[in-house]
Structures are given as C-alpha cells and as structure tokens.
Design a protein. Structure first.
Lengths: 356, 544
C-alpha cells in the first residue's frame, strides 16, 4: 500500500494511492499552492502551568462528585415524592427524579469531556489511510477462491441442479402468503365496507349517550353527533362497537329548507333536517366542524370542506366525493329514523367502490 | 503481549484481567488495531453521535415501558387515579399507558424521555444526513454507507410512527385512521391490505398488538443491524476530515480513540442523555390523558402528527381537489396516490443522489477530504432546493394553525403553499448557488489581497488607506484546498456515435459546473503582489 510513500504532501488527487483512477471532470492542477502540513500545536494553560492543571483536575473531580450527588438525589426523590391520586404528586415525582438523574448524567458527561479537553493531549496526529480496494495479490486470491468454489461445486457446469435450486428458492417463500392471509378473517373486505348498521326504521341517537332524537328537538342551526340507536359499548355490538361506529357516525343538522339548493337533499331529509355521514371521503377523519352561517362542514385533518346547502359537495381541500347522505324520516312517535342504509359506501374511497 | 503472563503477575488486577481476556478473546490484538485509531474532530461530526445516543436512550427507556405497557385493545372501564376519565370506556392499551403515567413512580418521566428521545433521534439523523450531503461525504467510497444511513432515517420514522400509535389515544387513533384511508386508496389491493393490517375492519382489535411487535422487535432489530453496518463501514473507511493544512485523502488527522475519544464521545453520550432527561423532567410531551381513548367519531381541531410525519401529512393536504377518478367500476384515488408518489420520489432521489453525482462528475477517485459547501455550489443549491421542498410539505401539515394564528384565510394559505411547493425550491436553488459562488470569490479575494483589518491610515498628503493583512500559510491553505470541476462536452463513443447518455451527461455537467470559481493557484498568488496590495485605496470622501 501507499504507506511506504508515507506522508508526502499530496493533493486531493490519488497520488498517494497506488491506483490511478479517473478524475473525471475534476481539474488536476500542477500549480497548487503547496500544503504547509499540520499546524503547530498550541500549548494550553494546563500544559504549562501546574496550577491550572491542578485546577482542571479539581473541576473534573467536582463534576464527578456532582454526578454522584444527583444519582443519590434521584433515589431520595423517589421516596420523598411518592405519587398518589393527587396529580400534583405525579408532577413532583417526575420533576425531582428527572432532575436528579439529569445531574447524575451531566456530571459524568461534563467531567469526562473537561478531562479530555484540559488534561489529555490535544495535539492532532495524522495516521495513514489505505485505499479501500484490496491489493492486487489479495484481489487475485479472492478471484481464485471464487473460481475454485465454482469448479469444486460445479455450480456453473451443472445447469440442471443450479436451475432447480433457483426454482426451489423461488417457491419456498410462497407458504408465507397463505400464512399471512389469515391476518384478516374477513373473506370479502371490500364487501364489508359497503354496509353500515343503518336499516329502515333505525332511530337516530345521540353520540355517545344513545338517546333517540325527536325531530322537534332540533331548532334551525343546531347540530347533533349521531349514532344508530342500540350502538353502545356494552350493547348488542359489544364486540364490534368501534368498527360499526367508524362507519355509521352521522352528523345531523337542521337548516332552513329555503337555503338548501338541492331537491334530493330536501327529499332525503325531513323538514330541513339532514343527516350526512361524518366520515370524510378523503382518508376517513370525522368531519366534525360545522360553520353555521356558511353551511360548510370542515374536516379538521386535511381541511376538506363540504357545502351542506349543496348536497355536501366538496368545495375545498383534497377530497373529491360529497359526503353520503342518509335518508331519514320520522316514526309514529316523532323520533327521527333512517329510511335504510346509505345508498353508497361511506368513508375513504377504495378500488371496487363503484362496482356492483 | 508476548510476556503478558509475566506482566499479569507483576501488574495486579487490571493486567490480570487483560491477560485473561487476551488469552480467551485476543483482546490485545483488538486494542492494538483500534486503541489508537485516529478520529477527526469537528462539531458537525457529533450530529450522528447524537442520533446514536438517542437510540441508546430509546432502547433503555423503551425497555422500561415494555414492563408496564399492555398492547391489548379489549375494552375496559377506567378506574384509575385520573379523575376526568373515571368510568370512561377505553382499551387496555390506553389504560396501561395512563397507568404508566399516573401510577408508576418515574413512569411519566420514562414515557416523556422515550418520546423526546424519539423526536431527537429522527431530528439528529436528519441533520447528520444533511451534514453528509453538504460536505460531499457520500462520495466514493461511501456511497453504500449513504444508502445504509438513508435506510436508518426511514426506519427511524417508521419506529416513531409505530410507537406514536401504541397508546391508542384519540390523536394517534386518528393518525391510524388516516393511514387506513391511504391504504384503502391503493389500486386493486387497498381494501384487502387494510383488512389484513387491522385484522378486519378499522379499527379492529389487532392493530396495537401488531404495531407493538414491529415497534419493539422488528424495527429496532433492523435499526441495530444497520447501525452496526454503518459504523463498521466508518471503521473500514476511517472518518472523513475537513480540508485544511496537512489533511489529505491518504491520511486522517485527529485524536486517538484511547484516551481522548473514549472520554469525549463517552462523555458526550452522558450529555445527550442528560439533556433528554432534563427536558423529559421539565417539558410535557404527548399528554395522552387530555385526548381520551380512541373513538372514531370525535376529533379535536388543529390535530398534528409528530414533527417527522408532518411532511407526509402536508403532502396529503396540498393535493389539489377533485383528483379522484373512476374508470368503469374502479376508483383511482389520485388525491392519495399523487402525494404518496411525491413522497416516495423524494426519498428515492435522496437515496440515489451519490450515484447520480458520481455519474455526472465521472470522478472515480476516493474522497476523504470533505468539501466546504460553498466549494460545491450546484450540489449545495440542489440540497437547499430539496430542503425547501421538504420544508414546504412540512409546513403544509400546519395550514389550519397558520391560518388561525395569523388570522389568514385557510384557502389562501393552502393555495400559497401549493405554489410555494413548486416555486420556492427553484428560488432557493438560485439564491444558494449565487451565495456559494460569491463566498468563493470572497475567499479568492482574501487569499490574493489579505484580510481587511479595519485599520485606516492617513498618509501625509491626506489620502486614507486601509491596511490589508496577508494570511498565514495555514489559513490560506484552508481557502485554496478544494476540487475544481470543468464542464465536459458530449464525446463520441468507440463507434463514433454520440449517445443520448453522453449528451445528457454533458448537459448535466454544464448545469453543475458552468459557473465555477477556481482555487487560487501558486502562480496567481505570486503575481498578486500582496506586498503592494497590503493597503487598499479608500475613497477619502466615503470617510467624511
């Protein structure tokens, strides 16, 4: 290697290396300002004054002692600041234990670095660097080993077994596909996305109490967060409460019918009371913000904005499709009920969404 | 070590231990090889160390958390000490995260330490990557190590996101819902992949346990393996150093591992750990108790992911409206696919840059001396453009907060961001390139005419002069030791044909190197007559 050449001042070019590599577009100039070599070492105060040296050593000692004090202090804090149902105690426990441990760490850190900077040698030294590429004889031996392995095994020669090995290697991961398939037990995931809990006659209920809502409860401008009646954490849907809620959540708004521009929207609602899926058609966040005087619904995640006066069409943001509307009416007792399920899948789009 | 046995008898416990280890694991040879290995010193080399140490803190604090955290989504009713949530329905995962916070001494401290360490881990890895980029440390022979580091950065983000989702609180649950929505938008397989990930319909009862497996086993294992490869390659190549007197491609200048680097780097581990501990003790992060358990219906306004996911969330927000199209029975969710493609493209460009630059420059030499960013103006400008692009995506995740805090229209903020995403990187490119070239010219000026001292002398006839002080040879060498590239023309190959590749390469070499400032050469310096230029004429009027 080039270390025999040693530390002759070289330029950036690989003169010091044994191999001549192409310098590409780099300009190799013979007219460089010469390298003066390493800068002379600057002597520190701790190198020339015993007083300074001793003081630095004392400072390192103080840091290490402070560290020990901090570590012990944190153990003391563990006992001195137990936690109880009063949340202020959690704060004190966190604060004082953390402070103690931090001092324990800082003491070691500052002590060690101070030691290195003031008391250990600070003259920079140079060491030769070898080229990453192996020497020619090493490379030749490596090539020889590979060809020896090849001829001894007959890897290139025996085509049949080589190719059958490739085939076997290609097949062996395949069982994993079957194994991982059971990560879902749903045989038809896209079909499941098409239906929600809403059926004809399901009452609209308040989220999260589950109280049914009467049409008369809504004044113009009021907004209710709605779930299907019977969807309770401990009810019939105990096991898929969140899954059902993630599809069935609805926003119920009463608007002055004169301000609704869509006849379909009026027909699917009841006296200006309209129910829309609360699940954003972009990536599924709850569209929970309603601005009364503009009739806009805003998704807080990515700011898709839907116009409630106009079939919840997208007027801003990354969504494309309007929020699906739930057809509602009132039952004999005056409670709001669904006329059936949504007429299209709710929530984010998926590949087969419009398929029959 | 040939007479180690006798040394052991004389030297007491330490020598005895050394002898014991040498005779069993050959520790003598290891120390001989590595004990005095030279490491160069520079503050910017500590960024990677910060990332490494943050990761160690993550392992320590994370292990503590696993002893208490229960990754299950079974519904329970909260009966713990935190009053506002008493009686609330929640998953076991969320409850155990609350219990760690309120019923384990030091538990909240460890949770916050873990979260802060994760934020710092990704930040330090990103800054380290920028340092490597802007100094050209990715050049041969370190291209592969750049890719390893890139993989670590992506793994760091993956580790962060999977951990963020574990407590199953309202905020992280909405984050998962967004991921679910993005997955469903994938053509053909979307609904199936979502169903497999969540074990059925979103949110299901599986996702926390599945992410837990990834978060505490698979991702940290991969990070560890890649860190080992990353550092192993640092040992093979030896660390780069900045250009300067005595620093060359065939040497390495710095301090020996033992004792100086052991003390400095070892001490620095404790400092990083200490800072994280101090911040964890004093600054609350991710107060999950305020959000409540996950429920698909409510959402809080102004939701934000952890900072390193911001660029992905911003990309989703900046997508133009109405991109979704239906062909026949099938839906193409371009409002999701387009941002995903942009993100992946940006990552691929970052990973591939070293190979791209090597192709343009055609430089096959090893480089161990770093560039000052100004001395590679086009690369630095490309980096600045990339950072600006990332920054706009990142700021895009806060369109709503920017609008409310500065009382602006949300629509205007978003439109401005969309335009900025295209325009600002271009502006950043040109400004950065010009600044670099100007700095290079300034360096030439200083080398040729010395430094302005600010000392004004008045000559007997009334003329004022400013004294210029020539540089010493060490200072000067720092300013002239850099690589200068010349653009190339497309040349015909052996068949006498100018290939399309050659044309592209020539065009790119012009793009890279057409504007160039060469280092001052020895003959230029000799003809600059610094002794005559040591004083510069100053307009007398300007001083009055």
């Amino acid at each position: 290697m080039s270390d025999q050449k040693g530390l002759v001042p070289a330029s950036h070019d690989s003169e010091g290396f044994e191999h001549d590599y192409n310098s590409g577009l780099a300009v190799v100039t013979a007219d460089k300002i010469p390298d003066p070599g390493l800068e002379p070492h600057r002597v520190r105060m701790t190198d020339k004054s015993v007083k300074h040296e001793n003081r630095a050593a004392r400072q390192v000692f103080y840091w290490f002692m402070a560290s020990a004090v901090g570590s012990v202090g944190s153990i003391v804090a563990y006992f001195a600041f137990p936690i109880s149902s009063d949340l202020g105690t959690v704060h004190n426990n966190t604060f004082f234990m953390g402070l103690g441990i931090a001092l324990g760490l800082f003491g070691i850190g500052f002590g060690a670095v101070h030691w290195a900077k003031t008391l250990m040698p600070d003259a920079e030294v140079a060491e030769p660097r070898h080229q990453t590429r192996g020497a020619e004889d090493v490379r030749a031996r490596a090539v020889e080993i590979v060809s020896l392995a090849n001829s001894e095994s007959g890897f290139s020669r025996r085509k049949l077994i080589r190719r059958s090995l490739y085939g076997a290697l290609a097949m062996f991961p395949l069982p994993a596909l079957v194994l991982f398939k059971d990560m879902t037990t749903d045989p038809n995931p896209q079909g499941t996305l098409r239906h929600t809990m809403w059926t004809a006659g399901t009452r609209l209920a308040l989220d999260p109490t589950g109280t049914p809502i009467k049409a008369a409860d809504l004044t113009i401008g009021s907004v209710f967060h709605v779930i299907p009646e019977g969807l309770m954490p401990d009810g019939a849907h105990k096991d898929d409460y969140l899954e059902q809620k993630a599809k069935a959540a609805v926003l119920l708004v009463r608007v002055d019918p004169a301000q609704i521009n869509s006849q379909k929207e009026l027909d699917w609602g009841y006296n200006g009371i309209v129910a829309y899926s609360k699940i954003c058609t972009h990536v599924g966040c709850p569209v929970a913000l309603y601005e009364q005087h503009t009739h806009h619904l805003l998704c807080p995640c990515h700011q898709s904005t839907f116009d409630l006066a106009n079939d919840c069409a997208v007027i801003f943001g990354p969504a494309t499709r309007p929020l699906p509307q739930l057809q509602i009416t009132v039952d004999a007792e005056g409670y709001l009920v669904a006329k059936g399920d949504f007429s299209e899948p709710v929530g984010p789009s998926f590949w087969e969404r419009t398929a029959k | 070590m040939s007479n180690a046995t006798s040394t052991a008898q004389k030297g007491g416990f330490l020598a005895g231990t050394a002898n014991y280890l040498d005779e069993r694991v050959g520790v003598g040879g290891i120390l001989k090889e590595f004990g005095r290995k030279i490491f160069p010193d520079h503050w910017s080399f500590m960024l990677g160390e910060v990332a490494l140490y943050s990761f160690l803190v993550l392992l320590l604090s994370g292990t503590f958390l696993t002893f208490f955290f229960q990754p299950a989504m079974t519904n329970v009713i909260y009966d713990g000490v935190y009053g506002p949530l008493k009686g609330a329905e929640m998953s076991i995962a969320y409850k155990s995260a609350l219990d760690i916070s309120f019923e384990v001494r030091g538990g909240l401290l460890m949770r916050e330490l873990h979260h802060w360490a994760a934020l710092l881990f990704v930040a330090a890895a990103g800054l380290h990557m920028m340092r490597v980029f802007f100094t050209g440390a990715f050049r041969k022979p370190r291209e592969i190590n750049w890719v390893v580091g890139f993989a670590l950065f992506v793994l760091a983000m993956a580790g962060g996101f999977t951990g963020y989702s574990l407590p199953d609180d309202l905020l992280s649950g909405n984050g998962l819902r967004i991921i679910d929505g993005m997955i469903k938008g994938l053509p053909v397989i979307g609904a199936y992949v979502s169903s497999m990930l969540f074990g059925g319909e979103f949110p299901g009862h599986q996702i926390v346990a599945r992410l837990y497996g990834l978060h505490i086993l698979l991702i940290p294992a991969f990070i560890l393996i890649f860190i080992v490869i990353h550092l192993f390659m640092v040992v093979i190549h030896k660390h780069t150093h900045y250009s300067g007197p005595g620093r060359r491609d065939d040497n390495v200048v710095g301090y020996p591992l033992m004792p100086v680097y052991v003390a400095k780097a070892g001490g620095f581990f404790f400092l990083v750990f200490g800072v994280l501990m101090l911040v964890a003790a004093t600054v609350t992060i991710n107060p999950i108790w305020l959000y409540g358990g996950y429920d698909p219906s409510p959402v809080s306004a102004g939701t934000q992911p952890d900072w390193y996911i911001g660029w992905a969330d911003g990309a989703l927000r900046l997508a133009p409206s109405h991109l979704e199209v239906t062909t026949g029975n099938y839906t193409w969710s371009w409002n999701i696919l387009l941002p995903m493609i942009v993100l992946i493209l940006l990552l691929v460009l970052v990973a591939a840059y070293p190979f791209f630059e090597a192709w343009v420059t055609g430089d096959k030499r090893e480089h161990h001396v770093l560039d000052r960013p100004r001395n590679a103006p086009t690369r630095t400008a490309i980096g600045a453009a990339g950072m600006t692009f990332y920054a706009v995506l990142w700021a895009g995740a806060s369109t709503d907060l920017i609008a409310t805090h500065f009382a602006l229209s949300l629509n205007h903020v978003l439109t401005t961001m969309q335009i900025s995403l295209i325009v600002l990187p271009i502006i950043a490119f040109f400004i950065t390139k010009r600044v670099c070239l100007s700095l290079q010219r300034k360096d030439r000026e200083i080398v040729l005419h010395g430094r302005e001292t600010g000392r004004i002398v008045r000559l007997p006839h009334g003329e004022y002069l400013e004294i210029h002080e020539p540089l010493d040879e060490y200072e000067m060498y720092k300013l002239v030791d850099f690589i200068d590239h010349k653009p190339d023309v497309a040349r015909p190959n052996a068949q006498g044909k100018i290939t399309l590749g050659a044309r592209a390469r020539a065009a790119l070499s012009r793009f890279f190197f057409e504007d160039r400032v060469s280092p001052v050469s020895a003959s230029e310096l000799a003809s600059a007559h610094p002794e005559l230029d040591a004083v510069e004429h100053v307009e007398t009027k300007a001083l009055v």
